[in-house]
Ligand binder design. Structure first.
Ligand code: CP3
Length: 349
């Protein structure tokens, strides 16, 4: 159980642990088969035995050091009644996006055991089926990243509506983020109670904000989540990871937000990042997922480069800088994972 948890808590490890974002998903033929039987992505998420099956699939193929709960960050807005749908090729869409002060005022408080009971049921089932040696990562979207989907009504290129709300009505944005911070923290605490060993907050769209707005809105609300988390249930330490795509400019501030580790995208140099955060946090990342389209020989060289940039000692978890893409060759994933196994022990002697 220990290598991922040890690296996240910066305790000595025999090699660098490895897992990756979206490790269960469409690049695996066995996932596509279960997904086709289920009929839709949300059917996978809402049926615990199916969510459990796809969570375990990548661990049967690759020597990974963690499982990540199969679910989605948009389960919270779905539970709040926004009407989530996934249309093929278009991504997520909300039938009732947040467009007014009343929409924000009307957002219900959710009880994760009730509205998100299907996720917690999946956590309990995966925890039971999973080999005790491998920790289970639970997750949620950050308040800001959830707000982008809830206000835009889906994915967005320029974030026009949500940024206009932030600029014109900052007090409303703060109110929305505060409500989401409570929902996200309660949801993560419920995942911890159900058996996850690590929690990760995905702030996928933090990097689209101007610096000051990042601090005042995205990071401030991520910190509100952190303050409400119970990370020591029964004396067991649950490490918390903050992933911000495009957050490289703000590492010092992120390292002060109370998380044990920061997830980095591929634009940061790991060595420089390590110097900047010192011994405050561990670092997770940061291979460009597109490297997996290159040859296995190139992949190995790029893995070697990342291990070398971080350098000797604990505090690094190998990962991609963002989620794997759907047409990645699983053989190339294997080359990445094996390279971490083979090359990283030299950094931990
Ligand atoms: O990492 C994992 O293996 C765990 C599962 C996971 C999913 N989504 C499954 C998923 C996790 C951690 C997420 C998080 C998530 N979801 C984020 C934050 C991380 C990131 O990638 O930036 C975001 C922004 C979302 C929102 C979301 N969900 C979008 C934009 C989409 C459509 C994208 C697409 O490729 O179609 C989803 C759907 C989704 N979530 C899929 C999976 C495997 C694809 C669904 C399918 O099978 O069709």
């Amino acid at each position: 159980m220990t290598i991922l948890l040890d690296a996240l808590l910066r305790r000595p490890v025999p090699r660098t642990p490895v897992w990756f974002m979206r490790q269960a998903g469409r690049y695996l033929p066995e996932y596509r088969r279960v997904r086709a039987q289920a009929g839709s992505f949300m059917n996978l998420c809402t049926h615990p035995e199916l969510a459990c099956e796809v969570t375990l699939q990548p661990l049967r193929r690759f020597r990974l050091d963690a499982a990540i709960l199969f679910s989605d960050i948009l389960t919270i807005p779905a539970a709040m009644g926004l009407g989530l749908g996934f249309t093929e090729g278009e991504g997520p869409k909300f039938e009732r996006p947040i467009r007014s002060e009343q929409d924000i005022a009307r957002l219900p408080q959710i009880d994760p055991e009730v509205e998100l009971g299907y996720v917690l049921e999946a956590v309990r089932l995966i925890r039971k089926e999973l080999d005790r040696k491998v920790p289970l990562i639970g997750f949620a979207g950050s308040p800001w990243t959830l707000a982008t989907y809830m206000v835009e009504g889906g994915s967005s290129r320029d974030f026009k509506r949500v940024k206009t709300l932030l600029y014109d009505r900052p007090e409303l944005m703060r109110c929305l983020l505060a409500k989401l911070a409570v929902a996200v923290a309660d949801y993560l605490n419920a995942q911890i109670a159900a058996g996850v060993d690590v929690v990760m907050l995905f702030d996928t769209w933090g990097g689209v904000l101007a610096s000051q707005d990042y601090f005042e809105f995205a990071l401030a609300s991520a910190r509100q989540v952190r303050e409400r988390l119970t990370l020591n249930p029964g004396g067991k330490a649950i490490p918390a990871i903050l992933f911000t795509k495009g957050g490289g400019l703000w590492l010092e501030a992120m390292a002060e937000a109370g998380f044990d580790a920061l997830g980095l995208d591929w634009t940061c140099d790991l060595g420089e990042a390590r110097r900047r955060v010192g011994d405050k946090v561990a670092l997770q990342g940061n291979l460009d997922p597109i490297v997996l389209y290159a040859s296995p020989k190139t992949i190995r060289a790029r893995v070697a480069q990342i291990l070398d940039r971080f350098g000797p000692g604990t505090g690094h978890v190998f990962n991609l800088g963002h989620g794997i893409l759907a047409d990645t060759d699983p053989g190339h994933v294997e080359a990445m994972v094996e390279a971490v196994h083979e090359l990283s022990p030299a950094y931990h002697r």
